[in-house]
Design a protein. Structure first.
Length: 202
């Protein structure tokens, strides 16, 4: 007996279920693509809600706040690194050589900011990979941890878009409403041919 989502070729051979949409098919839904770039936390939260996999936390709102916190922290630390670089460069150009203690403080803060960015980026990577693994399990897609990790590392936007489309997220994803409490979103989670998506099957 074949698994849901599997295909049968002309010779009767059954192939394992695959992703319904290609990893590089990111422009089929332009709004979703823009949402992932402008507000990845919104899209990840919708995926988590539909997959019911709130990584590290217990509910939708906590998950959304966690992802927003990670992204905001990355941007803030990056801005502080740039500000430090500009301050040091301005001092050098003006001939005002900073004291050794000042340089030491600068390099210490620069290292701390970069470590924080690295930690947040790694946490984001883990969240995206774990959500993708969850969706694979729901859709009976063969597990492939190496592929998931590599794809997420080198093209996280593509991975998030593919995973979002797999659970039925389309143009409506730019919101912070728990899909499990939103009848309109649940209705839109059905595919074009009316068949249930992974979200409906949870």
């Amino acid at each position: 007996m074949s698994q849901p989502g599997s295909t049968i070729d002309e010779n009767g051979n059954v192939s394992a279920p695959q992703w319904r949409f290609g990893l590089c098919d990111v422009f089929a839904l332009p709004t979703l693509c823009g949402n992932v770039i402008c507000c990845p936390a919104c899209v990840l939260a919708q995926i988590a809600g539909r997959a019911k996999e709130y990584v590290f936390v217990k509910d939708f709102n906590a998950f959304f706040k966690m992802v927003v916190g990670l992204i905001v922290t990355i941007y803030v630390c990056d801005a502080l690194i740039i500000a430090n670089d500009i301050t040091l460069q301005t001092a050098n150009e003006s001939g005002d050589i900073p004291r050794q203690s000042t340089l030491s403080t600068y390099y210490t803060m620069d290292t701390i900011f970069r470590l924080v960015i690295g930690f947040c980026a790694f946490a984001y990577l883990i969240i995206a990979v774990l959500l993708r693994i969850r969706v694979r399990a729901q859709k009976n897609i063969q597990p492939n941890l190496i592929e998931d990790v590599i794809c997420t590392m080198f093209c996280s936007c593509c991975v998030v878009i593919q995973t979002a489309r797999e659970v039925g997220i389309g143009e409506e994803c730019m919101n912070t409403t728990d899909p499990n409490n939103d009848p309109a979103t649940m209705q839109m989670s059905r595919s074009d041919d009316g068949s249930a998506t992974g979200f409906d099957k949870v």
